[in-house]
Design a protein around this ligand. Structure first.
Ligand SMILES: C[S@@+](CC[C@H](N)C(=O)[O-])C[C@H]1O[C@@H](n2cnc3c(N)ncnc32)[C@H](O)[C@@H]1O
Length: 406
């Protein structure tokens, strides 16, 4: 198997990594240190990811949100009391450079396709590369997270910026359970702006662009959903901006033995470089609006019930094409890490012979994420008799039926 093929398959099963390219181009617009160099190393000097954001005001509004998040998150990490930052997802930001200069240890976790590209860039720019490590993971895959952190024996400051909104209900529950397990093993805290990200966008755009904000917000939402190929940017952990109710998100945390302290953005946000592109009235209105937005510092609830960490089977796949039927046996998890292998096997079998139908034995299959669903949908669309599943356990059956499979 050529690595070029694997990279192409990684891109297709989970295109959400493209949103991180948009983010780094926006950070460069906000003149955040080292971002211009990272953009150059990524070959994005033409700002291609920003081209679908129709006008310069939409880009400015997005740069304002991104800079406020980046600088405030860095400040919260610096003040959290822990010295190891686990950035999940790390994307292409310069956080590793910023934090290691301040003596922190930095662990960058993201989908393999991001880490493969980002690690050499950061290593080439870091003054203290020995403080940095990267690992390809899938946040829904606990084994991948545990393996990435197995040599760390200090409490963690886990940071999640710009990821939770891309998850389905099932995925967000899995990720929250995984973070709880990491906190049980290592101690520390989880800091994230994600639950109130919609509020942050709406309040930012409204305070700066007034009546014209709606169309610019709509463009922003469309770019993110198109790049990530997700149906909508919502799940129970994302606060509904219309009602502002925190209940669903707080209940979800409580269910997993976690609790949140909400940190007022206006009180913790440093001065921003993007202000140079705003009028003083816009800056005042923006700062005022951020009083209604909060980032969450999440910790283990002392009253939580003990829970055992359930380990899952490692991924395995066997497949054979005979008489027009492709028979596949899957074991473990089908997620962003394993789905590219299934996609490549499916494409190789399609070249080798005619496939009328696919039969999948799920007896040892534990889980399917959206990345896996994309591959199964591709099979379903591209063979006459579709995909049939056998020996499916109840949790996999639920995921399949939620995605329109029988
Ligand atoms: C909008 S970007 C944010 C990146 C970075 N935190 C930032 O602020 O620029 C979303 C990131 O989430 C990552 N991501 C999405 N789903 C993931 C998953 N299941 N596991 C790990 N990373 C994931 C993507 O690869 C991408 O880097």
């Amino acid at each position: 198997m050529q690595s070029g093929n694997l990279q192409g398959a990684q891109e297709r099963v989970n295109p959400v990594f493209l949103t991180a390219k948009t983010a780094i181009c926006l950070m460069a617009r906000a003149s955040i240190a080292d971002t211009a160099e990272i953009v150059r190393c990524l070959g994005l000097e033409d700002n291609q990811p920003l081209q679908s954001m129709a006008d310069s005001d939409t880009i400015l509004g997005n740069a304002l949100v991104v800079e406020a998040k980046y600088r405030t998150m860095c400040r919260l990490i610096e003040n959290c009391g822990y010295r190891t930052c686990v950035d999940l997802p790390c994307g292409y930001t310069p956080k590793a450079l910023h934090l290691t200069q301040k003596g922190f240890r930095f662990v960058g976790l993201d989908l393999p396709i991001v880490v493969q590209e980002m690690e050499p860039i950061i290593r080439s720019l870091a003054a203290n590369p020995e403080r940095v490590s990267f690992c390809g993971v899938d946040a829904t895959n606990y084994e991948s997270l545990a393996a990435a952190l197995q040599n760390i024996d200090e409490p963690l400051c886990i940071t999640t910026e710009g990821m939770i909104m891309y998850f389905t209900e099932n995925e967000v529950e899995t990720v929250i359970a995984n973070v709880r397990n990491l906190l049980e093993v290592h101690g520390g805290c989880w800091i994230t702006p994600d639950p109130e990200f919609k509020l942050q966008f709406i309040l930012t755009f409204r305070s700066v662009f007034g009546e014209n904000s709606l169309a610019k917000l709509a463009t922003t939402g469309n770019v993110a959903t198109k790049q990530s190929n997700v149906a909508n940017l919502s799940n129970s952990f994302i606060v509904d901006a219309r009602t502002g109710s925190l209940k669903a998100a707080q209940n979800l945390l409580a269910k997993h033995g976690l609790k949140a302290e909400r940190i007022n953005l206006a009180e913790h946000m440093p001065e921003l470089s993007v202000y140079r592109q705003l009028t003083s009235k816009q800056i005042l209105q923006f700062k005022e609006a951020m009083r209604n937005c909060h980032y969450w510092i999440i910790t283990l609830d002392e009253m939580r019930k003990p829970q055992t960490i359930q380990r899952q089977n490692p991924f395995e796949m066997n497949h054979k094409l005979a008489n027009g039927i492709l028979r596949i046996k899957l074991r473990g998890r089908v997620d962003s890490i394993s789905a590219p292998k299934i996609l490549l096997a499916w494409e190789a079998e399609k070249i080798a012979g005619v496939i009328d139908g696919v039969e999948i034995d799920c007896a040892e299959l534990d889980y399917i994420s959206s990345a896996g669903i994309r591959v199964l949908s591709d099979m379903q669309k591209n063979c006459g008799r579709g995909v049939a599943f056998f020996n499916v356990n109840s949790s996999v059956a639920e995921i399949l039926s939620q995605n329109g499979f029988k």
